[in-house]
Design a protein around this ligand. Structure first.
Ligand SMILES: O=c1ccn([C@@H]2O[C@H](COP(=O)(O)OP(=O)(O)O[C@H]3O[C@H](CO)[C@@H](O)[C@H](O)[C@H]3O)[C@@H](O)[C@H]2O)c(=O)[nH]1
Ligand SMILES: [Mn+2]
Length: 738
């Protein structure tokens, strides 16, 4: 097929994508890296030469500082692996359509949702509608919604969306609407805008239809049930007739809501509609369902029965498509005649449409998207990040890459064009049953991996180890936009899941330092470790922010005298590292204030989420605890949203993480004040005071919430009480020991 099509023209022989190396300040970076490395060595020499002898005061603190500094140093070295190989990708979708417009492969889009309360169905179906209206031949497009909430309300919302799509898709195509999520589009464009003026009546009518639909869905949500007359209209609701059907206990439900093969599946202007499928895989209390990984695997199998497209796009339910050409861009990487055959997956960055100017919770992965992922892409080993990712079905299903196999783009021979809908649904239900996976390779060699809270990253690594390559593509116009957590609690819970999952990978047999020889370049494997080691990084960080302040109270000096030559490397590392990270963030579009906020969030994450993740991962590996998937809620009360938009931190929550945040902040404050009173401005302690002073400065919103603010986003009284007690105990121990 490839040869034949190429002859049809379309810039014959020209590649479908180009990869360009990003040059930039390479020499400057090398000088910087060498300087830091030199200084790190200098610090280590200082520590080993000045270690207090056994029995001397502060020996253990010194040993701890030494170990922490060695670990920070090594970690820093690994972060350099993703700072010298950046590339930029340029797909040529015009060439793609010139050469292959009639032979484009079918694409299956998977959208996962898990809970109608945390993930409102109105939002979910907006994402589904954005996927249905991709600029792509509809007969080759199928959209699957996996509902782990097993909720009739979500099914109802999908039915509503299928009706609305008949109006929405032609509207999008006619007026070249972007983004094609109706929720996002109407939120962004008002009725006095240019768009409304251009489309006139039709614009208002479409918005009215959308708002009525949204209203009906939200009303059903509030009532907690689907309207009776709707239930009677669609036999699909009979699945929920049995009162024993609950979120955690129900049979497989598969409903082909739109069957794209049928002649009558057309929109308001007579164009074909894409296929639309609702899936709630079987759930039984005694049967582990493996969270999102389990739902992805059920989707892979169910879709193989119904449409079996060779390309799969995976989206979280909040990640709507912001660019209707993303499929075409992604296909350029898979279909390029030279290099396409080895591409296993194409990852787009995760972006959000609710980031505030100074990004108080450091949600926006700016440097990660603009620098680190581009570098991983430079190694052709971009990680799979769970959403916004196009997969080749065969690589996701566990197939080894082989040079000799021609890629198979046509739908598999086993197309079931003539099968009835009922038959397809019955067959699909079988593969969505719990029993289907028993004793199989699903979750192991096939599909998305089980047992690790970061199922996406480990799955990506395993695909790379089977010889496939991966691309990271970061287009100018964001391809997908989602909802970032808007409270501290949500953000920390999310980071806890990520860091725990990633550390689990590090201690599993898929540790990238141990596997991937010959498949994944060493630099990329080291690059993976940056994230996989988040959790253990909490230990030296906790030491570094808890022990020096206590030592200050005790009068134990941990840093060299200001003015002595030994002070130079400390100052150098501190200044150069921060200046560099500030410059990096600003060059990626962050405000200086956002950078400052990011430093606070790094401190908070490392001392809370990462630490608890570390503890849980260790317990988990000992078999004491089980992995969990704490969903990130995508809705919040008005009060919370208002605080988020005003960039006021929200500390409400009773988790131990909040106790840790407040305790560390208070400890540093008490010790700094105590130390200053006891020691005055002693140059021997300047280093410690500066360190403590910085921690206090970073924590200013914490003190504000502890002592001044009186709104609902403050710490709970119980958290305040516990942290005062803990901080005071730590200080007293310090004083007594001194
Ligand atoms: O049992 C479950 C739990 C979650 N989900 C879905 O998984 C997606 C991601 O969940 P979310 O709570 O939004 O987590 P995030 O932290 O935002 O997710 C990131 O991190 C996860 C791994 O930790 C990846 O699975 C996600 O794709 C990635 O976007 C959502 O669409 C959920 O509906 C399920 O389908 N079933
Ligand atoms: Mn999410």
């Amino acid at each position: 097929m490839a040869v034949e099509s190429r002859e049809r023209g379309g810039g014959q022989g020209l590649p479908l994508f180009e990869t360009k190396k990003l040059g930039g300040a390479r020499i400057g970076h090398k000088v910087f890296a060498a300087t830091i490395l030199g200084c790190l060595g200098w610090i280590w020499v200082y520590r080993s030469l000045h270690l207090p002898r056994p029995g001397e005061k502060g020996r253990w603190a010194w040993v701890g500082m030494f170990v922490a500094e060695v670990l920070f140093g090594l970690y820093w070295v690994s972060t350099q692996s993703v700072r010298w190989n950046a590339v930029c990708q340029y797909p040529f979708k015009e060439r793609l359509s010139q050469r292959y417009e009639n032979d484009l492969p079918a694409v299956d889009v998977f959208v996962c949702t898990a809970d109608p309360e945390a993930e409102p169905p109105a939002m979910v179906v907006s994402t589904v509608l954005s996927a249905m209206s991709f600029n792509y031949p509809p007969e080759k497009l199928s959209v699957y919604l996996s509902d782990d909430g097993g909720s009739a309300l979500t099914f109802y919302a999908l039915l509503e969306a299928s009706k609305f799509s008949k109006r929405w898709i032609p509207f999008c195509k006619k007026f070249k609407v972007e983004p094609r999520s109706p929720g996002a589009y109407f939120a962004r464009h008002s009725d006095v805008g240019r768009e409304a003026a251009a489309a006139g009546e039709e614009w208002f009518a479409t918005r009215k239809l959308y708002e009525d639909m949204k209203h009906r869905i939200e009303e059903a949500m509030e009532r907690g049930s689907v309207p009776m007359e709707v239930k009677e209209q669609h036999e699909g609701f009979s699945e929920w007739n049995n009162p024993t059907v609950t979120k955690r206990d129900h049979q497989s439900i598969v409903k082909i809501v739109i069957d794209g093969r049928q002649g009558d599946a057309v929109d308001d202007v007579g164009c074909r509609l894409p296929t639309l499928v609702y899936l709630a895989r079987e759930k039984r209390p005694q049967c582990p369902h493996n969270f999102k990984a389990g739902s992805m695997n059920a989707l892979i199998r169910v879709s193989s029965v119904i449409s079996n497209a060779p390309v799969i796009l995976n989206l979280d339910c909040d990640m709507y498509s912001n660019n209707s050409d993303s499929i075409r861009d992604a296909l350029c990487f898979f279909m390029d005649e030279e290099r396409g055959h080895q591409m296993g997956f194409v990852q787009y960055p995760q972006n959000f449409d609710n980031i505030t100017k100074n990004d108080i919770y450091f949600n926006f992965f700016r440097v990660f998207n603009e620098i680190e992922l581009r570098e991983m892409g430079g190694y052709e080993a971009a990680p799979y990040c769970g959403t916004g990712c196009f997969h080749r079905r065969e690589s996701l299903c566990g197939r080894q890459y082989s040079r000799d196999r021609e890629p198979e783009w046509s739908c598999e021979a086993r197309t079931r064009r003539d099968e009835t809908v009922e038959r397809l649904e019955e067959d699909a239900k079988l593969v969505a049953d719990c029993s289907y996976e028993k004793g199989s390779q699903w979750g192991k060699e096939m599909g998305v991996s089980y047992g690790i809270a970061a199922e996406d990253v480990v799955t990506g690594l395993r695909i790379l180890c089977r010889g496939w390559r991966s691309v990271y593509y970061n287009p100018k116009r964001e391809a997908f936009l989602g909802v970032a957590p808007n409270t501290l609690d949500l953000s920390l819970v999310q980071y806890k899941r990520w860091s725990e999952g990633m550390f689990q990978i590090f201690i599993s047999r898929y540790c990238p330092l141990a596997i991937g020889h010959g498949h994944i370049p060493f630099g990329a494997r080291l690059g993976y470790c940056i994230y996989l080691l988040w959790a253990p990084l909490s230990l030296p960080t906790l030491f570094y922010v808890a022990v020096p302040p206590v030592c200050l109270l005790r009068g134990v000096s941990l840093f060299p005298l200001v003015g002595s030559p030994w002070f130079v490397p400390f100052a150098c590392v501190f200044l150069a590292r921060n200046a560099y990270s500030l410059a990096e963030a600003v060059s990626c579009g962050a405000t200086p204030r956002a950078w400052w906020n990011s430093q606070r969030m790094l401190l908070i994450r490392r001392t809370t989420a990462f630490f608890f993740a570390f503890a849980d991962a260790v317990l988990n590996s000992l078999g004491v605890s089980q992995i969990a998937f704490d969903l990130t809620a995508k809705v919040a009360t008005e009060d919370t949203v208002a605080r988020y938009e005003k960039e006021i931190m929200d500390f409400s929550g009773s988790s131990m993480m909040f106790v840790s945040i407040a305790t560390l902040a208070l400890l540093n404050l008490f010790c700094l004040v105590g130390g200053l009173m006891k020691l005055g401005m002693d140059f021997k302690f300047t280093g410690q005071m500066v360190l403590g002073g910085l921690v206090v400065l970073l924590n200013s919103p914490v003190y504000h919430a502890l002592f001044i603010r009186r709104d609902k986003g403050c710490f709970l009284a119980s958290v305040v009480f516990k942290s005062f007690v803990l901080a005071s105990v730590a200080c007293s121990i310090g004083i007594l020991m001194g």
